[in-house]
Design a protein around this ligand. Structure first.
Ligand code: PLP
Length: 476
């Protein structure tokens, strides 16, 4: 039942203090023409409504959530405590600089540590998400070529194992996308890359480890090929969880990167809440960064680079997400950060190893932080699809892995356990996967009907896609 259906006229849960200033009502022309639809409920009913919804949904705090490429790790409570400190929450973006020095120190420290982790020299915290960071980074690349009077570069090279946001961001930045095929080992096909490199190439966008969970062993050669033709290299760092503190994109030859603080650096995500996709770059791109840069050693001030690409978001980005990310980095420290990555890689390899006798792995070699299985054999033999297994997991309290992605693997299930899961949780999940495989042989119809224990059971995906109802009709 929607909150609007529970609404009763006249109920509410706000008690405002008496107004102590002159009442000014909007003029006729500023009044809305139609009634504003707002639910009217008591605080108790409202609280129950959201508690009921929360119970029906699955989050990291409910159980295993191995959603590949999304890094659904546990987010330590201390991050929330720091982000809730009044000194961080009771500020206004228009406050004079000298009154927000502590907040500026947070930005400066976060820049310092994240530059150290990535091998970059500057960072902006304006972008609100990963894809927003990609777009920002591409505008930096564009501004760089244009500042040199180099206007012939119209193409961005994107390997076919890239995240879907990469080609989308390149098109948004006004580039055409040239897809570079992977070779049989899941890495970029170097001959195809060489053939595509030329003086019309503005740059390359690469995810490493890529979306099949493999670290491209030719990475130095790849960035060399792109630099040799005059292009720049963009690193999609949303998957940094596999390598943080171990290898640095800056050392791999990348010029500009984004990070997803809301994945690797432990801010809750998935519900559409605020994220942060900071963009780091090397010196030669810093002249084009968005307008707010924190400079200074002891007193901090904001500086706008002269050739800046301009604002990517109002003010300083999602500041409290940066507070969470900084808390996380400082809590883990120099030893903890690479250890977290090593455990993420260990957990993924452990699960993959315990499943590979039953499930076909898309690339049967040690993986990074995630692995991809292909269910096309199971589909041929038993008519059980990646979707059926994913739905079956729901009946065991497990959030499904990412399905049908990456596109280069048929019937793909992409599993990312993350470092915060215990061996017991992994063992339980392995047992469930094995049980579902068994069920696929003995009672496939049961899997076709799954899930049966969840608040919403098997959905009619076709009708949902063809005739989606996306809007609540107040009149109807
Ligand atoms: C999640 C992800 C993105 C996009 O990040 P958003 O914050 O969702 O915009 C980009 N690239 C990769 C590899 C990702 O996993």
């Amino acid at each position: 039942m929607l909150v609007f259906e529970k609404s009763r006229p006249g109920r509410g849960c706000s008690t405002l203090p008496p107004c102590d200033v002159e009442v000014v009502l909007p003029g006729e022309k500023d009044k809305r023409e139609r009634k504003l639809h707002m639910p009217e409920m008591s605080e108790g009913d409202l609280s129950r409504h959201y508690t009921e919804l929360a119970k029906k949904s699955h989050g990291v705090n409910d159980g295993f959530y191995p959603l590949g490429s999304c890094t659904m790790k546990y987010n330590p409570r201390i991050n929330e405590e720091m982000a809730a400190l009044p000194g961080f929450t009771n500020i206004h973006p228009l406050q004079p600089e000298h009154t927000v020095q502590g907040c500026m120190e947070v930005l400066k420290l976060a820049e310092k540590y994240l530059c150290e982790i990535t091998g970059m020299e500057h960072m902006t915290f304006q972008p609100a998400a990963g894809a927003h960071g990609e777009f920002t980074g591409l505008l930096l690349i564009k501004a760089y070529h244009e500042s040199r009077g180099d206007h012939k570069r119209t193409k961005i090279l994107v390997p076919d194992s890239a995240h879907g946001t990469n080609p989308a961001s390149a098109v948004m930045a006004g580039y055409s996308v040239v897809s570079i095929p992977s070779s049989a080992d899941g890495c970029v096909d170097l001959d195809k890359l060489k053939a595509a490199a030329g003086d019309d190439v503005a740059g390359l966008m690469l995810t490493n480890p890529n979306t099949v969970g493999l670290f491209d062993k030719n990475i130095l050669e790849i960035t060399n090929i792109v630099h040799a033709c005059g292009g720049l290299c963009y690193y999609d760092g949303a998957n940094l969880n596999a390598v943080m503190g171990t290898v640095r994109p800056g050392d791999m030859g990348f010029d500009v990167i984004h990070l997803n603080l809301h994945k690797t650096f432990s801010t809750p995500h998935g519900g559409g809440g605020p994220g942060s996709g900071p963009v780091g770059c090397k010196d030669m791109l810093s002249a084009f960064l968005p307008s707010v840069l924190v400079t200074g050693e002891e007193t901090y001030s904001f500086t706008k680079p002269e050739a800046s690409i301009g604002e990517m978001k109002n003010f300083y980005g999602n500041f409290l997400v940066v507070v969470r990310g900084l808390t996380y980095v400082m809590t883990l420290g120099k030893e903890g950060i690479p250890e977290a990555s090593r455990n993420a890689v260990l957990n993924a390899n452990y699960m993959m190893h315990k499943l590979r006798d039953l499930y076909t792995m898309a690339y049967d070699e040690p993986c990074m932080h995630e692995f991809v299985m292909s269910l096309s054999d199971l589909k041929k033999a038993n008519g059980i699809t990646a979707m059926d297994i994913a739905k079956g997991l729901l009946d065991h309290g497990i959030h499904p892995p990412t399905m049908y992605f990456p596109l280069i693997v048929e019937e793909a299930l992409m599993v990312e356990p993350t470092e915060t899961e215990s061996k017991e949780t992994l063992d339980e999940a392995i047992q469930v996967f094995r049980k579902l495989y068994e069920l696929a042989q003995t009672a496939p119809e049961e899997l076709h009907n799954a899930p049966v224990t969840t608040p919403v059971t098997r959905m009619d995906e076709v009708t949902a896609a063809r005739h989606p109802i996306l809007k609540y009709s107040f009149e109807g």
